[in-house]
Design a binder for this molecule. Sequence first.
Ligand SMILES: CCCCCCCC/C=C\CCCCCCCC(=O)N[C@@H](CC(C)C)C(=O)O
Ligand SMILES: [Zn+2]
Ligand SMILES: [Zn+2]
Length: 458
Amino acid sequence: MDRKSCTGVVTGAIHIPTVSFGPKELNTTALAEFGEYIHSVFPTVFKTSFVQHEVIGEYSHLFTVQGSDPSLQPYMLLAHSDVVPAPDEGWEVPPFSGLERDGFIHGRGTLDNKNSVMAILQALELLLLRNYIPRRSFFIALGHDEEISGHNGAQKISALLQARGVQLAFIVDEGNFILDGFIPNLKKPFAIIAVTEKGAIDLMLQVNMTPGHSSAPPKETSIGILAAAVSRLEQTPMPNMFGSGLLKMTLQELAHEFPFPTNIILSNLWLFGPLVSRLMERNYITNALVTTTTALTMFNAGVKVNVIPPVAQAIINFRVDPAQTVQEVLELVKNIVADSRVQFHVLSAIDPPPVSPSDHQALGYQLLRQTIRSVFPEVNIVAPGICIGNTDSRHYTNLTTGIYRFNPLYLNPQSFRSIHGINEKISVRAYETQVKFIFEFIQNADTDQEPVPHLHEL
Ligand SMILES: CCCCCCCC/C=C\CCCCCCCC(=O)N[C@@H](CC(C)C)C(=O)O
Ligand SMILES: [Zn+2]
Ligand SMILES: [Zn+2]
């Protein structure tokens, strides 16, 4: 495959608006078209005898790549084809154009997560064209509704594999990146492989009051009571969980890359932990790493300008720190609100998944580390960490204890804001490197213990 057609397949994928708008609101026409599209651009994947393809939940795709050595436990690569909405306003180029300009492919899904869908299939296509037969079997699961919780895609694939008795050595999904420019004073990029992710709660708060004429308002209305309750929640941060372990481990691994005196501070968190945790609270991204976050995302009340509203509702999205549980957070929330007129309705809730191993025996973690070292030799630090977002991988905890969330891409604060924001784009070079990473990773995974010699050239 030449360079142009390599990136051309991404342009085509971005062009198909596979938008998840809201619960049960998907662009099914686009999702069906996307299925036909991957079929047409990766013909070898679809016609190879040892690659089985199944459509699950109507639009998700499960590929089973049969390896030659049944004694090796299979693994799975995840990605998702749906994207969040992208109104045209504010974009440098239309978000579904997939335009390639100045070395970048532009558009919704270029970082989250059509890049991974296309790179995984492209790497497999290239390997198959070179007559490669894997030793270790693997699955590729491409969800179609990750952006609305994965109930019809990932969850169904997970149930199907469980019913078939499949147990996996590990899973690799989207999540963290090679981070560049997130920490002042740290000029060098570092790779964070997320070994867990935050839990989540969507909580609806509701206040019912007697409606009436606005010319003689009561002292308190449903809107006023609810507004005060959500404001208390916003103004009362959840406890700082810095001391609980994982983040400490990440910072200790980063310590020696910092200049004096930060290196000393981070190497002695037993002493400076409280100081570091307070500093982390000051920035909204690092704050998300040390605590359960509270985001007021929806507020609804009122039917007419001169009617006292009978009901007011607000939805709050909490991201639960891995050291807490949904139950603990709900208790705290009730104590903060402390108003019996406010009703609580949990719309959805999921505890943080268990922390996956990152020691020397952890095959998935070590394979990622090895491949990062080979494809990104300039990256000195690879450390385990937390993913602040949620991924489809949380639906697969029944199949493995080793779940790793890592995109082999550089991410800086500006590109971080483009994910779910505006002007999402990927450099052609970054996409090609992602393909190379997966191409090498699949071969590295053929090891039973030691890395095996393999092709480096695409
Ligand atoms: C000391 C280290 C500093 C680290 C800085 C951290 C920078 C953050 C880097 C990457 C985070 C990106 C998270 C991307 C994954 C999110 C996928 C997503 O959007 N999922 C949805 C799922 C939901 C169920 C709809 C979500 O809202 O989380
Ligand atoms: Zn995503
Ligand atoms: Zn997303």
